[in-house]
Write a protein that binds this ligand. Structure first.
Ligand code: ADP
Length: 270
């Protein structure tokens, strides 16, 4: 036995009897290690923009006589600050999702609402990347969950699909109701994901292409949030990808009857 992985406690009950309790702490040790890694990675990720802001502020001080330079440095401070904002927002989302009470306001949610809001949040990004967003598939499909968290999860998939796609390509967001399951597929015609990276990209801070992801403002937390958010809703995320051709992330969630029309029941009877 590895002594680090068991905890033992001995209690003397009588001169001839001792109670020995041995507990397997492998899982506990693994969780503690994950927490330590998370704190270490988070501090490392935060240090970069904080360091940049400090240096830029000093540069502004010494360039006080040159308004053009000051404007350039100020704009970079603002960019670093917005990156810090995005990073802290994502870290907060992730720790909320990992807490015991991971979901907030749980109610029947229309997938139409989730898709519309996820697209709405990324039209400007899609426009400036020259990527076409197309929504298709079934309407009036419902799930039970936290709408804001679902919007953030699907939004992260849409954002990634845009980032890793070439200009002039299309990102599709398709909905399919299949009995008690709803599938939301976000597919792109982008760079794709190598087989060796497919498991790991759902890990916190993992980036398949570190340099590219940083350049495009990536945090390495987006897919980890997606995975936790969907698991919290009793669902799963599947990935299909072909390097150089594109990727499809499919979210599968338990479906509920439409609280408005009761369509699901009618459909099932047929
Ligand atoms: P990031 O903020 O870096 O995009 P994510 O957790 O969202 O972090 O994604 C992790 C990594 O997975 C990315 O750095 C990228 O390498 C890869 N990835 C995610 N989505 C896609 C996609 N649609 N196409 C290609 N690669 C992707």
């Amino acid at each position: 036995l590895d002594p680090r992985l068991v905890s033992a406690r001995a209690s003397v009950i009588s001169p001839r009897m001792t109670l020995l309790i041995i507990r397997d702490v492998t899982e506990q040790e693994r969780l503690d290690q994950m927490r330590r890694d998370f704190v270490a990675n988070t501090s490392h990720e935060l240090k970069t923009p904080v360091g940049a802001v400090t240096l830029l502020a000093e540069a502004i001080e010494s360039a006080a006589d040159d308004p053009a330079q000051v404007r350039i440095f100020a704009a970079r401070i603002s960019a670093e600050a917005s990156r810090l904002g995005q990073l802290t927002g994502r870290i907060m989302s992730l720790s909320r999702l990992q807490a015991d009470d991971g979901l907030g306001d749980v109610r029947p949610v229309a997938i139409d609402e989730v898709i519309a809001a996820s697209i709405e949040a990324h039209v400007v990004q899609a426009d400036s990347a020259g990527v076409d967003l197309a929504r298709g598939g079934d309407r009036d499909v419902w799930v039970r969950g936290d709408a804001q968290i679902l919007i953030e999860a699907i939004g992260n998939l849409v954002a990634n699909a845009i980032v890793y796609s070439p200009k002039g390509s299309r990102v599709g967001i398709g909905v399919r109701a299949d009995g008690d399951i709803v599938e939301i597929a976000v597919s792109d015609q982008g760079i794709g994901i190598a087989e060796a990276d497919r498991e790991r990209i759902f890990e916190r801070f993992y980036r398949a292409d570190e340099a590219r992801s940083r350049r495009t403002g990536g945090t390495g937390l987006g897919l980890s949030i997606v995975k936790h958010a969907i698991q919290r809703h009793g669902g799963e995320v599947l990935l299909w990808s072909r390097p150089g051709r594109g990727s499809t992330f499919t979210v599968r969630l338990p479906r509920i009857d439409s609280p408005v029309s009761g369509d699901v029941k009618k459909e099932k009877k047929r």
